[in-house]
Design a protein around this ligand. Structure first.
Ligand code: HEM
Length: 450
């Protein structure tokens, strides 16, 4: 095993071994620890002292090698001869109830398979999403956004993470996969409980609700096809079985939901914390796309993932990695190897970031995800043009968990708006008892949100 500290290097920031007097046998950087979530870039700086790969802990007692170097990451992601995505042999070395199993446990889907099996599954996903027209996608996002804004618009305050960014992807998926709107809330409630599940029992109940939702969806579409992703999965010439279709739907929803929510949330937090975006909210300098690009470079929604296992012992960028050992890629560390990237650098062509991954398993729906995130932000800021952070003085709090880069909450306030009638837009500005005494800007121009 590699030494926990590189020779002659400083201990990791907040290193429990040094801060709390722990022994030298327990000083690995813990990707799951709140200290890591509070300041990942300081930890990446420490990990870079090992070279291209560094040892980390991804859950109590579960170690991995983390690639922090851009070129090494690119090489690994593109070399499926040396590296496999199949986690089955590795799973036998990890307690079955480990917290990382939901993210790393093998399934019969595109993400955990190699070669021909992978291509067969992935093609179903890429071909089906290709049938989603961008202008239709935008209209669907605007509808989902309006539904959510209607829920909190009259109150003048919102947690943009739990009431907007996390919910919008689920409403979108419910719609894209062809289910009636009423099912959107069933999906939100199941996935919400999966994320919040305090106990194993709650997590199991939520998981069962999610499975029931997907099973009903596939049964509905088997009985009557429609112009939707589920029907396209079922009818794809690659001929997936019903079980295989279900597995690819679960993957697509799971792979899309959390990173999309994080992308929207992280970009909104940048826009609301940075004066250069202020005028954008009423039509000006930096745009939602600038904020999204800044996030993709510096705070990628999937920060560390791309689980791979070498098929044989391999000497990789100066480190021996054993066959079957878990290796993760730090997209966040690789992107920021030469320091965090400014909007000016992005605009003048900073190169290519790895936030969508690269190689055969790169995100297959990048353009769709960008359309969804950009439209969601533009729609929100068009309606709530004076939206601002409710507690600007408070430091952003990040959810622990090394795979994702996700805010705990993003409380904001705005001049309340109310619908002319339930279920309809556009809305009027309508001061209510909860209205802030001094709105920060002139009332919205709803025409810009059409
Ligand atoms: C509509 C939303 C999205 C959908 C449906 C989606 C779907 C998927 C699928 C199916 C895969 C697996 C591909 C394969 O193994 O061949 C994947 C991979 C990936 N996606 Fe997306 N995605 C979405 C949004 C995003 C967003 C917003 C990000 C973050 C910027 C993201 C980052 C990634 C990354 C990094 C991978 C590689 C996974 C890994 O690290 O192993 N995706 N996505």
């Amino acid at each position: 095993m590699t030494s926990p500290h590189p020779p002659g290097a400083a201990p990791p920031p907040g290193c429990p071994a040094h801060d709390q007097g722990a022994t030298d046998s327990d000083p690995l950087v813990r990707l799951y620890a709140p200290e890591f979530a509070a300041d990942p870039h300081r930890h990446y700086a420490h990990l870079r002292q090992y070279g291209a790969l560094a040892p980390v802990e991804v859950a109590p007692g579960v170690t991995a090698m983390l690639v922090t170097d851009y070129r090494a990451a690119l090489e690994l992601l593109n070399d499926d001869t040396t590296w496999s995505k199949d986690s089955r042999a590795w799973m036998e070395t990890v307690p079955p109830d480990s917290a990382v199993i939901p993210m790393l446990g093998w399934r019969a889907n595109a993400l955990f398979n190699d070669g021909e099996v992978h291509r067969r599954y992935r093609q179903v996903i890429t071909d089906s999403f290709r049938l989603v027209e961008p202008h239709e996608l935008r209209a669907r996002v605007r509808h989902a956004a309006d539904t959510l804004i209607q829920g909190f618009g009259a109150t003048g305050e919102v947690d943009l993470v739990s009431q907007y960014a996390q919910l919008l992807p689920m409403l979108m998926f419910n719609n894209l996969f062809g289910m009636p709107e009423s099912y959107g809330h069933q999906l939100i409630s199941a996935v919400g409980r999966m994320m919040d599940g305090a106990s194993q029992e709650e997590a199991n109940t939520a998981n069962a609700a999610f499975q029931a939702y997907i099973t009903e969806m596939v049964a509905t579409k088997k009985a009557q096809r429609g112009p939707d992703v589920t029907s396209w999965f079922l009818d794809h010439p690659n001929g997936l079985s019903e079980e295989e279709v279900i597995q690819q739907i679960v993957l697509t929803m799971a792979a899309g939901n959390e990173p999309l929510g994080n992308l929207i949330g992280n970009a909104l937090s940048r826009m609301l914390s940075d004066d250069r975006y202020y005028s954008t909210l009423s039509g000006g300098a930096l745009t939602a796309r600038d904020a999204i690009e800044e996030v993709l470079w510096n705070d990628p929604p999937m920060a560390n993932y791309a689980a791979h296992y070498p098929r044989r012992d391999v000497f990789f960028h100066g480190t021996w990695v054993r066959a079957g050992q878990l290796v993760l890629v730090s997209y966040a560390a690789a992107n920021t190897q030469s320091g965090t990237v400014s909007t000016e650098e992005v605009r003048s062509g900073a190169g290519a970031h790895l936030s969508w991954s690269a190689g055969p398993h790169a995100c297959p729906v990048q353009r769709h995800a960008l359309v969804i995130a950009t439209t969601a932000i533009e729609r929100l800021t068009a309606w709530l043009s004076d939206i601002e952070l409710a507690r600007p003085e408070q430091r952003m709090q990040w959810r622990p968990g090394g795979f994702q880069r996700a805010l705990v909450a993003l409380p904001a306030r705005f001049t309340p708006i109310t619908p002319h009638q339930a279920g309809a837009t556009p809305w009027d500005s309508s001061p209510s008892p909860s209205t802030r005494p001094e709105p920060t800007s002139t009332p919205r121009q709803p025409a810009s949100a059409s």
